[in-house]
Design a protein around this ligand. Structure first.
Ligand code: ATP
Ligand code: LTN
Length: 325
C-alpha cells in the first residue's frame, strides 16, 4: 500500500481553508493508503508561540483531526516533537540543502516580511524539517494545499541529492493537490488566500467560530460587480463562495448556479450561511465530546509506532553516511 504523509501546524486558529484544502482530502485517503498524519508542533515554533497556550493548541489540533474522522484504527496520528528522528534528519539534510534553494521559497519570503522582527533560522530551514517529516516514512504522496507544492519539490530535490551522494535511501514523494479547494480565498479579498494570519477576522471562517458569527462574515463577504450567481474568472469573489458552497454541501457548482438562477447575491449568501453554519455546528458537536485523555492515549500510541518506523530509517541513513563503526 502506498504511504501518505501530511501535517498541520498547531496554531490556534484553523479555518475552513485548512479543512477544504487539507483535512477533508485526508479522510478519503484512509481506506486506500497507509496514512500518517502529524501535528507538526516544531514547525509552529518558527513564529513565536506562547507557552501558556501551546500545549492546548497541540491537543486541539489532534482533536480536530479526530472530529473530522481521521480514524486511529486506520491511520497513524502523532506529535512531531515526540519523534526525535525528525530533528536528527533535519540536521543531516541541512548539510546538503543550499541556502540559495531555501531563499527561493515563497512561504519564507512571505513570512519573513510578515515577521520582520523574528526572521530566525527555524523559519529559514522550515522546508528542511518538512522534508524530514516526509522522507522518514518512505512517503509516496503528500496531500496539501497548493501553497505547499514548492516545499515538496524541494523535498524531492534533497532526497535525490542524498540518494546520489550516499546511495538509494529515500523514496521521492509527490504532492497531491485537489483541483477544487486547494486555494480558498479570503472573504475580504479574493486575490489572497484565506489565512489565519490575516489581521482581519472577516477574512476567514474559523472552525470554532460561533455559527452566528460565521453567518455574519458570509453576509459581509465582498462580492463582484453584477448580480448573477455564476462562477468565472471575471467573478473571483463569487467563484470562491461557490467553491466553498459546493465543497461543504457536496453539490455541483452548476447545480448551485441553477438553484439560484434569477436570485441575487443576498439570497445566495443566505443559503451559503446556512450551509456553513450547519457544517460548523456538526463539527463543533463532535469536537466538544472528544475527551482530552482519549486524545493523549491515541497520540501516545501513534508516537510509539512512528518512532519505530523513523528510527529504522535513521539507522539506514547513518549507515549510508558512514556514521557507524
Ligand atoms: P498561514 O495562512 O498563517 O500561513 P495556513 O492557514 O496556511 O497558515 P498551515 O498550517 O500553514 O496554515 O496550513 C495547513 C494546511 O492547510 C496546508 O496543507 C495548506 O496548504 C492548507 N491551506 C492553508 N490555507 C489554505 C487555503 N486558503 N486554501 C486551501 N488550503 C489551505
Ligand atoms: N508546511 C506545512 C505543514 C507541514 C507538512 C509537513 C505538510 C509540515 N510538515 C509534511 C505535509 C507533509 C503547511 O501546511 N504549512
Amino acid at each position: 500500500m502506498k504511504r501518505v504523509f501530511s501535517g498541520i501546524q498547531p496554531t490556534n486558529i484553523l479555518h475552513i481553508g485548512n479543512y477544504l484544502g487539507a483535512i477533508k482530502n485526508w479522510i478519503e485517503l484512509q481506506d486506500k493508503y497507509s496514512c500518517i498524519f502529524s501535528v507538526v508542533d516544531l514547525h509552529a515554533m518558527t513564529v513565536k508561540t506562547d507557552p501558556k497556550t501551546f500545549g492546548d493548541n497541540i491537543l486541539m489540533m489532534a482533536k480536530t483531526y479526530l472530529a473530522f474522522g481521521i480514524d486511529p484504527k486506520k491511520s497513524l496520528i502523532f506529535r512531531q516533537s515526540e519523534v526525535p528522528a525528525h530533528t536528527e534528519l533535519t540536521w543531516i539534510l541541512n548539510t546538503i540543502a543550499k541556502i540559495s534553494e531555501l531563499e527561493r521559497m515563497t512561504q519564507f519570503k512571505d513570512k519573513a516580511k510578515q515577521h520582520k522582527e523574528n526572521v530566525n533560522m527555524g523559519l529559514f530551514g522550515y522546508p528542511v524539517l518538512m522534508a524530514s517529516d516526509i522522507l522518514l516514512y518512505d512517503t509516496n504522496l503528500v496531500p496539501v494545499g497548493e501553497d505547499q507544492v514548492q516545499h515538496i519539490e524541494l523535498t524531492r530535490t534533497l532526497a535525490e541529492r542524498f540518494n546520489r551522494l550516499y546511495g538509494e535511501t529515500f523514496v521521492l514523494p509527490e504532492p497531491m493537490v485537489k483541483k477544487h479547494g486547494a486555494r480558498i480565498m479570503g472573504l475580504d479579498d479574493p486575490s489572497k488566500k484565506m489565512s489565519k494570519s490575516s489581521p482581519n477576522a472577516g477574512n476567514y471562517i474559523a472552525l470554532l467560530d460561533d455559527p452566528a458569527v460565521a453567518s455574519k462574515k458570509i453576509m459581509r463577504a465582498v462580492t463582484d460587480s453584477g448580480s448573477e450567481i455564476k462562477s468565472g474568472a471575471n467573478k473571483p469573489a463569487l467563484t470562491n463562495l461557490l467553491v466553498i458552497y459546493s465543497l461543504l454541501s457536496g453539490k455541483d457548482i452548476k447545480d448551485i448556479e441553477k438553484e439560484y438562477a434569477g436570485k441575487g447575491y443576498a439570497d445566495f449568501k443566505k443559503g451559503l450561511a446556512e450551509v456553513v453554519s450547519g457544517f460548523l455546528s456538526g463539527f463543533q458537536k463532535k469536537f466538544n465530546v472528544i475527551k482530552d485523555s482519549d486524545v493523549r492515549d491515541i497520540l501516545a500510541d501513534g508516537e510509539k509506532k512512528a518512532n519505530e518506523i523513523a528510527e529504522r530509517k535513521m539507522r539506514d541513513v547513518k549507515t549510508k553516511i558512514g556514521l557507524t563503526f
